[in-house]
Design a protein around this ligand. Sequence first.
Ligand code: SF4
Length: 364
Amino acid sequence: MSKVLECLQKQVNGILESPTGTGKTLCLLCATLAWREHLKDAISAKKISQQLNGAELFPDQPLSSWGNVATNGDVPAYYTDIPKIIYASRTHSQLTQVINELKSTVYREQLCIHPEVKKQESNYLQIHLCRMKVATRSCYFYNNVEEKSTEKDLLSSILDIEDLVRNGNKHRVCPYYLSRNLKQQADIIFMPYNYLLDPKSRRAHNLDLRGTVVILDEAHNVERLCEELASFDLTPYDLASAIDAVNVVLEKQAKEVQQSEINSEFSADYDRTGLNMTLEDIAKIKRILLELEDAIEAVELPPSGNGVTKDGGYIFDLFAKAQITFQTQNSLLEALEQILQYLAGCPGIFTNTAGLHKFADIIQ
Ligand code: SF4
């Protein structure tokens, strides 16, 4: 505990090792929370003293007795706000595996209590529908969040996912957005590694690490996890399914164009619904996917069957062969997003968009 306190006081990173069963978790938590409490008091004392122009608030308890932070005139910006503590742990290895796959959507998926949104099969549709409801303020549970986020008993309780859902159902308030609000005021937040280490997930959960104290439990797993988060796999099946999905869009769009030409002979204001992309634009996406397929096919593999290992930068050369570069990525992503949305909204047809989703994620 004294080493933890030393790290916090000096604002340095520490690597602490201790055998299993020696109470690491408790030791880390108690030390950090106690330090935080002390800091909170010290900062309040300092603020009060500033308002009193240096006079002592409690003459029998001078400011210096509140610790260094209170008297140090040159308090670093880090100490003017009470730091939040983030405690990241791997917990169960199976859980990590699942969360890895579900990435940043798992939270909303588990927490949503809107009957219509909850029953959507794909995460993508669920998020899309939720966003639409939030934007139009048509989710009853979301509309209640603001009012409930200030309730005293919620603010002072320790809530896990099950508690949040139970609370949400009871008070008819969205647990996902409520937890996001409560997080702003929490002293300590527990989360699996991925939420912390994956930049996409950090952005999705609005997690700002500036001025926070981060504790990584079982930190020997962190390196491997960082490798996993920075990696992806793209199989021939993914690419083939992405190409199939684009083919569906091409066919549908070609039919629509034909239809609109016939209709426009009879009615000048025939309104074509759906995708706002020309046939050429869609064909371009298909060409990129085919070129990527060819570029991967052309990679020479040793006869031993062991595969090849290249420098990280190689992936950019490979993508460039399919015209995927830093210059084209934004327009490519926009086009993919449009196609995916279009397919998700097509009634009556089921297209497997997993490959296309994966491709878009990789480009991002
Ligand atoms: S706001 Fe909450 S309850 Fe409403 S749809 Fe989104 S996640 Fe579900």
